[in-house]
Design a protein around this ligand. Structure first.
Ligand code: SF4
Length: 195
């Protein structure tokens, strides 16, 4: 059966999947079978873990689908959670693209540091970066910590450190950030998702 390009586009562009499948059937393809197999393989052996979209304060529910491919558990898909009372399975375009946040070859894998006055980024080891952050936090806290107000009221706080979480911090990370900051007496704690 000879099919022109225009005919092919017309046949595959018809709105309903059923009609499209029938059209492909005329060409010798079984699209319904292929769709069925694709859906099966996509979700085969998958564990779906409920989570929350990290991008904004709406807090839409997601299902993070992971599979162990023998080299560790990998995220293979993230989609709306129909059981979420907040979003009932819906995600906005940003939330629907959450998958690329975790699985992205462009994602930086090493700490980048731009020294004061420098015009370029340099790779830094994670250990060195953590040591530097620890040093700066300790120095700032020691220099600004106030145990009591002038009239003797116990406050144990520092206003010399401000904690600003990123919108992609998840619930658990935010919980730990708040715990650690309050433990150190930091009272200015905020998250980008609330700003
Ligand atoms: S899916 Fe969109 S609206 Fe929902 S939490 Fe994420 S960014 Fe916000």
């Amino acid at each position: 059966m000879a099919v022109t390009r225009r005919q092919l586009l017309k046949m595959t562009g018809i709105g309903s999947a059923g009609v499209a499948a029938t059209s492909f059937g005329a060409l010798g393809f079984d699209l319904a079978f292929a769709e069925d197999r694709a859906a099966k393989y996509k979700l085969e052996g998958v564990t779906a873990t409920p989570s929350i979209c990290p991008y904004c304060a709406v807090g839409c529910g997601t299902l993070v689908q992971t599979r162990d491919d023998g080299k560790g558990r990998q995220i293979i898909n993230i989609e709306g959670n129909p059981d979420s009372p907040i979003s009932t399975g819906s995600l906005c375009p940003k939330g629907a693209a959450t998958f690329q946040l975790a699985m992205n070859p462009k994602r930086l894998q090493q700490v980048q540091r731009r020294a004061p006055g420098s015009d370029k980024w340099e790779t830094m080891s994670l250990d060195a970066a953590m040591a530097r952050v620890t040093e700066l936090v300790a120095t700032s806290r020691d220099a600004t910590f106030v145990e009591r107000t002038a009239d003797g009221k116990l406050i144990n706080q520092t206003t010399g450190i401000f904690a600003l979480g990123g919108a992609t911090n998840d619930n658990e990370e935010n919980y730990l950030i708040a715990k650690v900051m309050r433990m150190m007496g930091v009272v200015r704690i905020e998250n980008q998702a609330r700003i």
